[in-house]
Write a protein that binds this ligand. Structure first.
Ligand code: ADP
Ligand code: MG
Length: 301
């Protein structure tokens, strides 16, 4: 196969590992910097150019689109799809996962366990939505935050209200969520490929930090997850339509609760904690689903 890795930084561990795994399995892979691609939208003849060269002959594309370039990255990925190139994750599915409110609404519709979550645009209702999720302490979260940045704990009604007002004053969209105290600064990151959890780790935040993200200084260790957690993670991935994703789960007294679904999950922490060849499994998924001369349907909006 000839694979395009749509990514900005080829030297990131995850991207290096994906290239290594593809080459080890006999494929050709090229890293394409998302922001250096230009798009030609002509009826019946979608094309892409990369530093003036026309992109052609690819069988599959692995999108690794950073949160800050979601808009342009998804436009480039849609163009690959219009050209009949198989995406590891589809642009529409990535779009769903990038908005925490939208994803939680979709997951709720399927009956997946979630922390009680509320949203309002009206600053006068800040107190009401804090009460709606059970009162302080509450979590306040940016709809498009990642790596734990933009996840704040509002300890008291006063502090929660002022955080909500500050975000709303700056015209930033947020959601307010029940704080799952019993999770005790830990969460589960489950990596789903296809319809399986292939690796899982328990992440624990550093002392005094409720956020367990590795980017916030958390540490990861291999964990055995329960069948219920496995089912929740796979169902969340299916609901958003993602073939490969990292599902964040909290262990609550009422069972597993899904926090979010990451469509470009980092694999460094996970591979190191579990010893699983996650990159190899991603390439294997493409081998099964994007075989050369695969009959493809063109273009999904
Ligand atoms: P991000 O996209 O920034 O990773 P998450 O929703 O995954 O946002 O939250 C980051 C971390 O904060 C989680 O991994 C978890 O440790 C903690 N956290 C988030 N929401 C809650 C919650 N409702 N209750 C307890 N801890 C939470
Ligand atoms: Mg997260």
């Amino acid at each position: 196969m000839k694979i395009a890795l749509l990514a900005r930084n080829p030297s990131l561990y995850s991207h290096q590992r994906i290239c290594e795994a593809a080459r080890a399995r006999g494929h050709e892979i090229e890293v394409i910097n998302t922001l250096r691609v230009s798009i030609n939208i002509t009826s019946h003849k979608p094309t892409l150019y990369y530093r003036k060269r026309r992109l052609e002959g690819f069988d599959a594309v692995i999108p690794r689109i950073g949160a800050s370039v979601t808009f342009y990255g998804l436009a480039v990925l849609r163009q690959f799809e219009m050209m009949g190139i198989y995406p590891l994750n589809e642009s529409v599915a990535i779009g769903r996962s990038r908005d925490k409110l939208r994803s939680l609404q979709l997951l709720a519709r399927r009956g997946i366990g979630l922390p009680v979550t509320a949203y309002t645009h009206d600053p006068r209702q800040a107190e009401d939505i804090i009460d709606m999720v059970g009162g302080p302490p509450v979590i306040i979260k940016l709809l498009e935050g990642t790596q734990g940045i933009g996840v704040v704990l509002g300890d008291t009604m006063k502090s929660a209200k002022s955080v909500i007002e500050a975000f709303q004053g700056a015209n930033v969209d947020i959601l307010v969520q029940e704080f799952i105290k019993e999770a005790g600064s830990t969460d589960i990151r489950a990596l789903v490929i296809g319809d399986k959890v292939v690796a899982a780790m328990k992440r624990t935040g550093p002392p005094g930090e409720f956020r367990s993200n590795l980017h916030r200084g958390g540490s990861g260790e291999k964990v055995r997850i329960t069948p219920q957690e496995r089912t929740a993670a796979v169902k969340a991935a299916r609901t958003l339509g993602l073939n490969v994703c990292g599902v964040d789960l909290l262990r609550s007294k009422n069972g597993p609760l899904v926090l979010e679904v990451n469509s470009s999950p980092g694999i460094e922490g996970l591979e190191k904690a579990t010893g699983v060849d996650v990159a190899g499994l991603m390439i294997e998924f493409l081998e099964r689903n994007a075989a050369p001369n695969h009959t493809r349907t063109k273009g999904k909006g």
